[in-house]
Design a protein around this ligand. Sequence first.
Ligand code: 13P
Length: 251
Amino acid sequence: MATRTPVIAGNWKMNTDVESGLKLAKGIAELSGAVGGVDKIVCPPFVSIASVAQALAGSSIQVGAQNVSANTDGAFTGEVSTSMLQSLVSHAIVGHSERRVLYGETSVQVAEKAVAAANAGITPVLCIGEDLSVRKLGNAESFVAAQLEASLSGVTDWDSLIVAYEPVWAIGTGEAATSDQAQEMTTVCRQVIRSLAPNAADSVRVLYGGSVNSGNVVELLAQPDIDGALVGGASLKAEEFSKLIAAAGAS
Ligand code: 13P
């Protein structure tokens, strides 16, 4: 089986301004810059990406976007294209549940964004996950499998892909999935990848996201199919985020 380098990615969401974002990025670089054996990524808001990228240039911390347009250029007010991001970021989150739920993004659109990102040399961090009603009905596995399959439509660059399983009910609630639940669902994600691209299934990193913190990260990362974490709240404090990085580096 391929060895998969763990990933710790921080999704800052709509938090931090330019000044505080810069401070956070520098704090993370100071505490975690020397930690090896883990891919470290911060995803600031668009307005901070340029200054954060500049501050982290030459460090081991990579920068990602929280979203990206599937269109190349033109009349798309408020959107940001891959070519605008290309020189600044290595990764882009696509299909976060907040974008799906609050802004009506469909899996078709998410797949288009993933393809556009990969074509531009930006690794998509593709998010999927069920909400509480789906889980309560016992349909989490089939829902996530279908959502992931649809969100991977047209994806062919399997070397440039990270998948993040983020159950909606665990995001920002302080109630993370148990390591068993997270393992079960990341296995489902890997099975979907295997069905589409048998050779890629053992090398694509599958992350867990949803209330990850320094208290639960070790157990989550110990699961065989969990290759890292996509982190919201705990990525906004340099010390806490660096604890997650240290745990992944040691895993
Ligand atoms: P929290 O870590 O705040 O639950 O957020 C998870 C998330 O949505 C990361 O994308």
